[in-house]
Design a protein around this ligand. Structure first.
Ligand SMILES: Nc1ncnc2c1ncn2[C@@H]1O[C@H](COP(=O)(O)OP(=O)(O)OP(=O)(O)O)[C@@H](O)[C@H]1O
Ligand SMILES: [Mg+2]
Length: 243
C-alpha cells in the first residue's frame, strides 16, 4: 500500500459504502481531493451528502471501502483522532452549544490543541473574518441569529487550524445577503489555500467558487468534472441550477 501524497492527493475515497441499519445511504462512492483545492458536492435532498461528511469525520462507520487522508486510513479512527489529523467539520444544522458563549464555542474548536499563542492568533483571525462574533463573544450561542450561528460553526471549525475543512450546507436558510457573505469567506479561505470540501444545495454559488465538483444522486456519484464543466452541463443546469 503506497502513501505517496503527491500522487494520491490529500484525500482519496475508494468504493465507500455506508448503511443506516438495512438501508444503504452511500453506494461505492469514490472521490479525490488535492491539497489547496475547493471541491463541491451538490445533489438533491437525501442524496447522501451529509452521510459522506459524517463518515469522513468518523461519526458514522463505513461498511466497506476506504478513506485515506494524506496516506492514512481513516475508516477505523475515532472522530477525536480524525480532528487531531487535521480534519474539521462544520456540520449541517451547526450543532453549537447553545448555552455556552460564542467565545466558549470557539475555544471548544481548539480543545485538542496546546499551542496557546497560535490559538490566540487563530481566534484573532476568526474575529477578523467574522467581526460580529467578536462583538458578540460573550453572548450565548443559542441566542444568535441563524446567520451568526453559521459563522460561529465555521469559526469553531477553523479554530482547529484544519488542513481540510468540511462545510455542510453553510448557506442553508440564510437570506441572500448573508449567503453572499458566507461565500465571500469561503472564497477567502480558498485564496489562503485552505483545502475545502463544500456540500451545498445552492449549486449555483457552489459551482461559482469551486475548482471541481461531484454530483450525488441517491447515494452514488452521478457526475464529476470541473466546476465550469458541470455548470455548463445541460443536465446539471436543468436539475440543479433551475435552468
Ligand atoms: N440517522 C439516519 N437513520 C436512517 N436513515 C438516515 C439517517 N440519516 C440519513 N438517513 C437517510 O440516508 C439518506 C441520505 O441522507 P443524507 O442526510 O446523507 O442526505 P443529504 O444529501 O445530506 O440530504 P440534505 O440535502 O437533505 O441534507 C437519506 O435517504 C436519509 O433519509
Ligand atoms: Mg445534508
Amino acid at each position: 500500500m503506497s502513501s505517496t501524497n503527491g500522487r494520491d492527493g490529500m484525500l482519496r475515497i475508494d468504493n465507500l459504502s455506508v448503511y443506516y441499519g438495512g438501508i444503504q445511504a452511500l453506494k461505492d462512492v469514490s472521490l479525490h481531493l488535492e491539497t489547496g483545492e475547493l471541491l463541491a458536492i451538490i445533489g438533491a435532498n437525501g442524496a447522501g451528502k451529509t452521510t459522506l461528511l459524517r463518515t469522513l469525520s468518523g461519526v458514522l462507520k463505513a461498511r466497506s471501502g476506504s478513506i485515506r487522508f494524506e496516506g492514512k486510513e481513516l475508516t477505523r479512527l475515532s472522530p477525536f483522532d480524525i480532528v487531531a489529523l487535521g480534519i474539521a467539520h462544520s456540520p449541517e444544522g451547526r450543532q453549537l452549544f447553545g448555552g455556552l458563549t460564542v467565545l466558549e464555542n470557539l475555544k471548544l474548536g481548539a480543545v485538542q490543541r496546546t499551542d496557546r499563542a497560535a490559538i490566540e492568533q487563530d481566534l484573532a483571525r476568526t474575529f477578523e473574518l467574522f467581526p460580529v462574533l467578536k462583538e458578540r463573544r460573550l453572548q450565548r450561542a443559542g441566542t444568535l441569529s441563524g446567520g451568526e450561528q453559521q459563522m460561529l460553526a465555521i469559526g469553531r471549525a477553523l479554530m482547529a487550524r484544519p488542513r481540510l475543512l468540511l462545510l455542510d450546507e453553510p448557506s442553508l436558510g440564510l437570506a441572500p445577503l448573508l449567503v453572499e457573505r458566507i461565500f465571500g469567506v469561503i472564497a477567502r479561505l480558498k485564496a489562503e489555500r485552505v483545502t475545502l470540501l463544500l456540500v451545498e444545495q445552492n449549486a449555483r454559488m457552489a459551482l461559482n467558487v469551486a475548482d471541481r465538483a461531484y454530483v450525488m444522486e441517491t447515494g452514488r456519484i452521478k457526475l464529476r468534472g470541473t466546476a465550469a464543466e458541470l455548470a455548463a452541463n445541460p443536465e446539471v443546469e436543468r436539475a440543479y441550477l433551475g435552468g
